[in-house]
Design a protein around this ligand. Structure first.
Ligand code: NAP
Ligand code: HSE
Length: 384
């Protein structure tokens, strides 16, 4: 196997874990240097640092450029330059891939280089590999998952009685949260990951932004306790459906009855349920954290080292993208279980789940009021 020289963009939580993992386990991989913002910041690993991206992308010694710095800019420009300079690229940056992935992938194809991004979705879970390869054999019609470790950490800690801000600060201290944690708690990070999965799973052109995104900032400790009193729990869930040539994406806090696999997720764990013609698959594991994410980055580097061909196909199927009004809460309805009196009786009998709004209409004295929905026969609500 050939030796590989790596240049890192970023030497923070993931970058340092990756450098450590490489030193400990990969004698044929060498981290040559890392781009940082603060040259003098103390690091847990010994890596030469630079504040000039050109020192990475123009270094003839470097074979693979690894983006573990985050954000759209300058990541987009530096990754483009790296591909143009003939480097293969690995990134954990879902923001740059959601907004500029199609352009960067086209550039990679043009320069006959690989651009791999396993770590950008669900940290240590190999979900991109699964969707791109094994599960691509039959059509996928539904992808839903808990895709943000910070939000799962916060909600599972709130269930134990911790305060929202206390849990958020702990998630930041442990390195799970984004530099600007608004991306986590407002649902944007989940939305970006969902877009990446939906593009791959449905072979479709899907814009990075869609409006049906609600985060967890409105979920109070009182809400969590009230939901628990109904025998339920809440998780932030991204949901992508592809039905009748139409794609619908949404991100919303979702209430499940106890026993649902998503409610078993504790701390920064993530899970993704993929439904295809052959059935349902669930992938679960650490969704955030330096070392978990570094393993996904390293597996992409090893794939480049082994010169495995990239089998990702370009989008081919023309599908309509529907962008519904933002829903807030999805409530799975089990006809056998007596439901909180938040739903009118007719809906309780017919819907498989309901999407509820936080705006409490007159006459509703329970947690959430209903928006105007038409109810699908099998899939619950179709937004009007
Ligand atoms: P982080 O701890 O904030 O580290 C970011 C690193 O990038 C720092 O070393 C920083 O330099 C450097 N950097 C940022 N902007 C820069 C700029 N404009 N120019 C030069 N250097 C810059 O972030 P992280 O948690 O490691 O996350 C890195 C990426 O991985 C992000 O895209 C994130 O979404 C993704 N990711 C993270 C996790 C996780 O659990 N943390 C999991 C999956 C994916 P300084 O150190 O000098 O400030
Ligand atoms: N901030 C992200 C999260 C990191 O909490 O899931 C992993 O992508």
């Amino acid at each position: 196997m050939r030796s590989i020289n790596v240049g890192l963009l970023g030497l923070g939580t993931v970058g340092q874990a990756l450098a450590q993992l490489i030193v400990e386990s990969e004698p044929k991989i060498r981290v040559v240097k890392a781009l940082v913002r603060h040259r003098d910041r103390a690091r847990k690993v010994e890596v030469r640092v630079t504040t000039d991206p050109d020192e990475i992308v123009r270094d003839p010694e470097i074979d693979v450029v690894v983006d573990v710095m985050g954000g759209q800019h300058p990541a987009m420009e530096v990754l483009s330059a790296a591909l143009q300079q003939g480097k293969d690229v690995v990134t954990a940056n879902k923001e740059v891939m959601a907004y500029h992935g199609p352009t960067l992938l086209a550039l990679a194809r043009q320069h006959n280089r690989l651009l791999l991004y396993e770590a950008s979705v669900a940290g240590g879970i190999p979900i991109i590999d699964a969707i791109t390869h094994h599960l691509s054999v039959v059509p996928i019609d539904r992808i839903e998952g808990v895709l943000n470790g910070t939000c799962n950490f916060i909600l599972s800690h709130m269930e134990e009685g911790h305060d929202y801000l206390e849990a958020l600060h702990e998630a930041q201290r442990l390195g799970y949260a984004e530099q600007n944690p608004e991306a986590d708690v407002e649902g944007y990070d989940t939305a970006r990951k969902l877009v990446l999965l939906a593009r791959l799973g449905f072979h479709a052109i899907i814009p990075a932004d869609f409006s049906a995104v609600t985060g967890i900032t409105g979920v109070t400790g009182h809400d969590v306790a009230r939901i628990a009193s109904f025998g339920c729990g809440v998780r932030l869930v991204g949901r992508a459906l592809c039905q009748n040539q139409c794609i619908r994406l949404s991100v919303a806090p979702t209430v499940y009855y106890q026993g649902h696999p998503f409610l078993r997720l504790q701390g920064p764990q993530n899970a993704i349920q993929v439904t295809s013609a052959v059935g349902q698959f669930i992938f679960q594991g650490p969704g955030a954290g330096g070392m978990a994410t570094a393993t996904s980055v390293l597996s992409d580097i090893l794939r480049i080292q082994q010169l495995l061909p990239d089998r990702e196909s370009s989008p081919t199927i023309p599908l309509a993208f529907s962008d519904p009004e933002s829903p807030v809460i999805c409530f799975p309805l089990d006809p056998e279980v007596s439901l909180p009196q938040v739903l009118p009786g007719e809906l309780r009998r017919t819907a498989s789940y309901a999407i509820l709004s936080r705006q409490l209409p007159k006459g509703f004295d329970t947690l959430w009021g209903l928006r105007q929905y038409a109810w699908g026969e099998e899939e619950g609500p179709t937004l009007r």
